[in-house]
Write a protein that binds this ligand. Sequence first.
Ligand SMILES: [Fe+2]
Ligand SMILES: [Fe+2]
Length: 335
Amino acid sequence: MPKPRVLVVDDDANLLDSMRRQFSANFEVVLANSGQHALELMASSEPFSVLVSDLKMPGMDGIQLLSQASELFPDTVRILLTGYADLQNAIDAVNQGFIFRLLTKPCLPEALDHALAEAIRHQGLVEAQRENYSLKRFKRLLEGIMRGFSALVEARDPYLAGHQVRVTALALAIAQELGMNSDELEILRIAAMLHDIGKVKVPADFLNRPGALREEEFSVIKMHPEVGYDILKNLDEDWPVAVIIRQHHERMDGSGYPQGLAGDDIVQGARIIAVADVVDAMCSHRPYRPSLGTEAALKELEAGSGTKFEPQIVAACLRLFREKGFQLPQTTDAY
Ligand SMILES: [Fe+2]
Ligand SMILES: [Fe+2]
């Protein structure tokens, strides 16, 4: 790890020299002999973690320097060295220079060393806070993009309205029953809310058509898991969202599509979404039939347990509906 960069400013060349000797083991010490020189260095080089300035210097004094530095380079933590008698100056420094520590001169090396270590720690905390804040903003942005994608595909088919929200709610409830950890739940949530995104490539009249589909129309619809995979395959590989989407119509006995995978070759997230998807599809109205109701959907799951669907997942789903009062959300809104 590179050493933290510390800029020391003093008009006393001997003091600067001794500072370099004392602190260069732990810090990359850069020296400036005036306030102006310090600002030039700060503007033209890598950022400094800490700025240590003497108070009394010809030209720009320490208060002016720290005050300007706080505006121009707010991430650099500021320390002021001052004589015992300068109380008013010290007050001004605190009020105008937004300083982190005020140390009296002459300063013991241990005291300055301790202050530098504290300054670096403080800077790390501020940075972590800022990163956390940006991460939260980024997550909100990502969430908005996902909702947009989800709404995009559902807008093409009135019978799909709210489907991905309902499948997500049930898939997450099942996953919690099975004891999935928070990362796995997050991956599953994203995959479930976008699982039918590949339907953007299916002609709208295939999706909305009342009556049975012709074989060739159905084979186009069956491409949607693969299309969804293609759309999202470049996401971070530690987040296997695209793989889950590709496999959400696979069945445990190999009778599903698009790859005809079986058993453990199907990732668990896809097995869960498969179950949630069937329940919601059967509970929803379709162009060619009304809703079949929850009980019929659960019976279909029971009939397919161990063949089409993983028994543990079916059992968790049945438990949710029959013992824990779970209900699909009554929403027709996309995310
Ligand atoms: Fe699907
Ligand atoms: Fe679906």
